[in-house]
Design a protein around this ligand. Structure first.
Ligand code: ADP
Length: 261
């Protein structure tokens, strides 16, 4: 499909430029376990940023904070110039609309068709007409290669197909930023490539901002403008993928490179 006919979530006149996400001095504790310790980082609009690092280093916690599924204990989170935390509930709801997330476990509504899974939130949350939401859903299903499956239920699809529906569902809300939390981890190995190809396409052909936790290093290298390497809730290295994945980086900083992801 030519790029200019893609249902580009970026074809939004209100889309921002410059810094889109900022975390300042964000601390998150679970009991006496400090998972994020005065973390600072920012993501510019349109950039694709990958978070890598060992299991338990706090990557998913960052995405969950941005989705407002968790609250920080300290610090501020700003999205598109508006504070997401701390902020009044009404503001949180508005800012939250700018963010879409795809989870490891798809989280589709099992009792709804593929089409309805995608149209439900645009109709109920954004107030789109059913027709407009369905038209958009069909475009997105084409983008993720599932036009033939719109009347099926999730259980009739493979894990890879379900995850592609989940990607379409997130994009249907026209988010400014797409959070991807190890979206291929729950898939059989033969289904991983299809999902990553769809995400590569979206990264290449839209201007949506992506913040991605992944163990797929080739994918991270392909799509990232910036890679943040985490260990114990801190960024221990950051830069473009060619720097982070270069053999020089491997050889000069072995003690700082976590080994267990
Ligand atoms: P990563 O994504 O890097 O694997 P997470 O952000 O999932 O790491 O988890 C970081 C740490 O926080 C882990 O030690 C994990 O056990 C802990 N953690 C995450 N969520 C919770 C929770 N809801 N309650 C208690 N501990 C949690």
């Amino acid at each position: 499909m030519p790029t200019d006919t893609l249902p580009n979530p970026g074809k939004n006149p209100a889309r921002s430029t410059g810094e889109l996400i900022r975390l300042e001095q964000v601390t998150k504790r679970f009991g006496d376990h400090t998972v994020l310790d005065h973390l600072d980082f920012s993501v510019d609009a349109g950039k694709h940023v990958t978070l890598i690092g060992p299991s338990g280093s706090g990557k998913t916690t960052i995405l969950r904070l941005l989705m407002t599924l968790l609250k920080p204990d300290e610090g501020t989170i700003t999205v598109d110039g508006e504070q997401l935390f701390p902020a009044p509930e009404k503001q949180v709801r508005e800012v939250r609309k700018k963010i879409g997330m795809v989870f490891q476990q798809f989280n589709l509504f099992p009792n709804m068709t593929v089409l309805r899974n995608i149209t439900e939130a645009p109709v109920t949350v954004l107030g789109m007409s059913k027709d407009a939401a369905e038209e958009r859903a069909r475009e997105l299903l084409e983008l993720v290669g599932l036009t033939d499956h719109l009347d099926k239920h999730p259980a009739q699809l493979s894990g890879g197909q379900q995850q592609r529906v989940a990607i379409a569902r997130a994009l249907a809300m026209r988010p400014q930023v797409l959070l991807l939390d190890e979206v291929t981890s729950a898939l059989d190995p033969e289904l991983v490539a299809g999902v990553l190809d769809v995400l590569r396409d979206i990264a290449r052909s839209t201007d949506i901002t992506m913040l991605c936790v992944t163990h797929e290093m080739n994918f991270a290298r392909d799509i990232s403008d910036q890679v943040l390497m985490f260990d114990s809730g801190r960024v221990i290295e950051s830069g473009p993928p060619e720097k982070i994945f270069s053999s020089r980086s491997c050889c000069t900083a072995p003690s700082r490179r976590p080994t267990s992801w």
